[in-house]
Design a protein around this ligand. Structure first.
Ligand SMILES: *[C@@H]1O[C@H](CO)[C@@H](O)[C@H](O)[C@H]1NC(C)=O
Ligand SMILES: *[C@@H]1O[C@H](CO)[C@@H](O)[C@H](O)[C@H]1NC(C)=O
Length: 224
């Protein structure tokens, strides 16, 4: 009986760990440069281009040195470089972004990446950054970053960056997915299309219904 229990626990652990370590699929060849899907067919990732037709263009993206315009409601702009911009990233489990922040107050609003851990490198400026751990602790971990500093946002956790310096700020970040995904909390909750029933948000956020109506009427800028 004890032996059987041991085998069962071992089996459950093995299943759990194979799920825990799930990430972007590993390539089974040198590369699998993405081509667009045929209508009505879906794969977990993208179809591969014939390797004979692949060229350096499939692995290249220029211009990440160019500052982006941050005159928008949140004062930041994300320039993604993932499998959409570089089809050669398909199956490779990695991507990159550049983030520009307006002087004092430029914000990359609280958001999560459902499929990636992020390693952020500050090139210019001073950023107040943070993430919140999951329930029930919901512990806030923050740091003020300066040029040369690197900070990690673990996969799935809500995080943000806020420019607390007087000048523009610029950061680059590596993400552990070819397609990290972004869920901006305010946009998803108050700006969904169609809107979430206000009774749900009134109870969930313990707000007056008029505040929920006000929030649902706002324009939720997407900085990505
Ligand atoms: C796929 O199609 C979209 C829109 O039609 C286009 O912007 C994109 O560059 C295409 N990607 C590839 C890898 O061909
Ligand atoms: C930045 O964007 C704003 C708003 O769209 C625009 O008014 C402004 O001219 C742009 N600035 C530059 C330098 O392109």
């Amino acid at each position: 009986m004890e032996g059987l229990k041991f085998v069962l626990v071992f089996f459950l652990l093995a299943v759990a760990s194979s799920l825990t370590f799930a990430s972007d699929p590993s390539p089974l060849q040198d590369f699998c440069v993405a081509i667009n899907e045929t209508d009505g067919v879906f794969v977990n990732g993208k179809f591969c281009k014939d390797p004979k037709l692949v060229s350096e263009k499939d692995f290249f993206f220029p211009g990440l040195n160019i500052p982006r315009n941050t005159s928008n409601p949140v004062g930041s702009t994300v320039t993604p470089v993932n499998v959409v911009q570089i089809p050669g990233l398909n199956t490779l489990g990695i991507s990159l972004v550049r983030i520009d922040y307006a002087p004092y107050g430029g914000l990359n609003p609280p958001h999560t990446h459902p499929r990636a851990t992020e390693v952020l490198f500050v090139m210019e400026g001073t950023l107040y950054v943070g993430f919140v751990t999951s329930n029930p602790e919901n512990r806030l971990i923050t740091k003020v970053l300066n040029p040369g500093d690197v900070f990690v946002f673990p996969v799935g956790l809500i995080h943000f960056q806020f420019n607390v310096g007087e000048a523009n700020a610029v950061a680059f970040a590596g993400l552990s997915s070819q397609n990290p995904g972004v869920i901006t909390i305010g946009n998803a909750v108050f700006g969904s299309e169609p809107p979430i029933n206000p009774d749900v948000l009134t109870k969930a956020f313990q707000l007056d219904k008029s505040v929920v109506n006000f929030l649902q009427k706002q324009f939720w800028w997407d900085n990505n």
